[in-house]
Write a protein that binds this ligand. Structure first.
Ligand code: CTP
Length: 477
C-alpha cells in the first residue's frame, strides 16, 4: 500500500494536541470512522470525531481534557471503555482499540485490548474503517487496510470481515448498511445483502429506539425508497414495519386488479421528499395507505374497495408508534390526522370544487391544511400524463380556493364568532344543550357560506335560530 498523507483533514489544532498527548502517554492515536469517511466524501467537516487509542481511550481523554481551555468535563462510559469530551462545537469520543466487541445474544461489548488493525477489523464497513494517524511521527497518514477509498469511489458498502460475522456481531449494522446505501446512494455488495437476509431475525435483539433512529435517517434521505426497497429485499421489512409489508402484492379477481400499494407508497414518499424535510410529514406519506391491507374487499359489482381505510389506518398509526417506542405526542397525532384526512382533497379535486367543501376541508385540517395538500399532491403517481396533468391542475385550483376562502373567512383557526356567554346572555339561558345547538348552527352556516365569519352577522343569525327554537330574546321578556 502506498503511503498517503492527508494532513488537510486534520488541520484543527485539537488533532495535534491529541497526537502530542498520546505520545506523552506512550500510546498511539488515530481518528477513525465517520469523520474520515465524510472528509473523503466532501460532506463537510463532521463535528463528531472518533478517536481510537492503542491503549486506554479513557486515560487519553482525561489528559487531553486537562490541557484544553476551560478543562471540559470528561463523560466516562466504563462498560464500553469510552470517554467523551465536548469541546467548542466538537464532540470527541475516545475509545481504546479492541479485539472482539460483542456477545452473540446482545450488543454488550466485551472489551479486550487490541491493535489498530484489530479495531479496524471489528468496524462495520470498509468506508468506516479508515483511520488517519495523529502521532507526531506519522501525523496524517491514512491507514486503510480494506481499501475503503476504493469502495467510496465505487459507491460500495462492504464489510471488513466476512459479512456474517460483522452483522452477527452487531445486528444494528444491517440497518446501518441500508441507511448508508440510502443516504449516500451506494450499493450494498451482494455477499453482504445475502448475509443481511440470513441474519435478519437477529434484528430482534436491537432496541426499538436504535432502529427508529435509522428509519428516521432513511426517511430523511433524498430518496427514501432506496432504503425501504432494501428492507423489503432482505426480509427486514416484515420484522420492522409489517403494516407496510402487508401492502405488497396485486390481487386479481374476475379480471379486476388493484394497484400494489407498497410500491405506490414508496413513490409517494419519494415524491413528498422533494417538497418537505419534515420527517413527520414523510412518516405520514409512508403510512398513509396502511389501512388498505385490513380493509381490502372484493365486490362483484364494484370491484376492489378499501372502505374506511383512512380511519383504520389512523388507528394503526398509534399501534405502530407504540410498538416502535416512538413518541405518542402531538407528532403522532399529526401523522394520524394526515392519514385520516389523506383522501379528502382528492375527493374534492375530482368533483367540481365548491367553496363550502373547501371551507370544511380548511376547518377540519386547521393549521395542517398546507401539509395535507403537500401529501395529496405527492399521492399522484399515475403514469398517464393526461391524468397526471388533470389532477395536478385540480389541486392548484383547490390550493387557490383555500387561499381565497382563508382570506375571506379565516376558517383555519376557527374561533366561534359568537361566544357561549353571549348566547346565554341573549336568551337568558343557564348552561344547557341549547347553547351547543346554536353554536353548531352558526358554525354550519359559516361553513356552508350562508353567513360570513363575522360577529354581527353571526349574532343576527343566532337571534333567528333562537326564535325558531322558541327561545325568547332577553329584551322581549
Ligand atoms: N461503528 C460500527 N458499528 C456500529 C456503529 C458504529 O462499527 N454499529 C463504527 C464505525 O466505524 C463508525 C463509527 O463506529 O464509523 C462511529 O459510529 P457513528 O458515530 O454511529 O456513525 P458514523 O459512521 O459517524 O456516521 P453517522 O454520524 O452518519 O451515523
Amino acid at each position: 500500500m502506498t503511503q498517503e498523507f492527508h494532513k488537510k483533514a486534520i488541520q484543527h489544532p485539537i488533532f495535534k494536541l491529541i497526537g502530542d498527548t498520546s505520545k506523552e502517554l506512550g500510546v498511539e492515536s488515530y481518528v477513525i470512522g465517520g469523520f474520515v469517511r465524510d472528509y473523503f466524501l466532501k460532506r463537510g467537516t463532521p463535528k463528531d470525531i472518533d478517536v481510537v487509542a492503542i491503549g486506554s481511550g479513557i486515560e487519553l481523554a482525561k489528559k487531553v481534557a486537562s490541557k484544553l481551555k476551560g478543562k471540559p468535563q470528561v463523560s466516562i462510559f466504563k462498560n464500553f471503555g469510552t470517554a467523551m469530551i465536548k469541546h467548542q462545537d466538537l464532540e470527541l469520543e475516545f475509545v481504546g482499540a479492541r479485539k472482539e466487541s460483542y456477545h452473540r445474544d446482545s450488543r454488550k461489548p466485551v472489551v479486550e485490548d487490541g491493535s489498530l488493525e484489530d479495531d479496524q477489523n471489528r468496524r462495520d464497513f470498509t468506508i468506516n474503517a479508515m483511520a488517519l494517524a495523529l502521532n507526531p511521527e506519522n501525523f496524517g497518514l491514512l491507514l486503510d487496510p480494506f481499501d475503503g477509498l476504493d469502495d467510496l469511489d465505487k459507491k460500495r458498502i462492504k464489510t471488513p470481515l466476512e459479512p456474517n460475522i460483522t452483522y452477527s456481531d452487531d445486528p444494528l449494522r444491517m440497518m446501518r448498511a441500508i441507511r448508508f446505501a440510502t443516504q449516500l446512494d451506494f450499493t450494498i455488495e451482494p455477499k453482504s445483502l445475502t448475509a443481511i437476509a440470513e441474519n435478519k431475525e437477529r434484528i430482534k435483539i436491537i432496541s426499538k429506539e436504535r432502529i427508529v433512529d435509522e428509519l428516521h435517517k432513511i426517511l430523511l434521505s433524498k430518496k427514501p425508497s432506496i432504503g425501504f426497497k432494501l428492507m423489503h429485499q432482505t426480509g427486514l421489512l416484515p420484522l420492522i414495519l409489517p403494516e407496510l409489508h402487508a401492502l405488497q402484492g396485486i390481487e386479481e379477481i374476475e379480471g379486476q386488479r388493484h394497484k400494489d400499494n407498497f410500491w405506490h407508497t414508496l413513490e409517494v414518499v419519494d415524491n413528498i421528499s422533494e417538497n418537505t424535510d419534515d420527517v413527520w410529514l414523510r412518516w405520514a406519506a409512508l403510512l398513509h395507505d396502511i389501512g388498505k391491507a385490513p380493509t381490502k374487499r372484493f365486490h362483484k359489482k364494484i370491484g376492489w374497495t378499501f372502505h374506511a381505510h383512512e380511519f383504520v389506518g389512523s388507528k394503526m398509526v398509534f399501534k405502530l408508534f407504540k410498538r416502535l417506542r416512538m413518541p405518542l405526542n402531538d407528532k403522532m397525532k399529526f401523522v394520524q390526522k394526515m392519514v385520516l384526512m389523506s383522501s379528502r382533497p382528492i375527493i374534492l379535486s375530482e368533483d367540481h370544487v365548491t367553496d363550502s367543501a373547501v371551507r370544511r376541508l380548511v376547518f377540519d385540517a386547521g393549521e395542517n391544511v398546507d401539509d395535507l395538500m403537500t401529501l395529496c399532491e405527492a399521492d399522484i403517481t399515475t403514469k398517464n400524463p393526461k391524468k397526471q396533468k388533470k389532477y395536478k391542475n385540480n389541486f392548484q385550483i383547490v390550493r387557490q380556493k383555500i387561499k381565497e376562502v382563508e382570506e375571506r373567512d379565516h376558517i383555519r383557526n376557527f374561533q366561534p364568532p359568537v361566544s357561549g356567554e353571549e348566547i346565554m346572555k341573549a336568551f337568558n339561558l343557564r348552561p344547557s344543550k341549547e347553547i351547543g345547538i346554536i353554536k353548531e348552527a352558526i358554525k354550519e352556516a359559516i361553513l356552508e357560506g350562508e353567513i360570513p365569519n363575522e360577529h354581527d352577522e353571526a349574532y343576527q343569525f343566532m337571534l333567528e335560530k333562537g326564535k325558531k327554537m322558541n327561545l325568547k330574546p332577553e329584551s322581549n321578556k
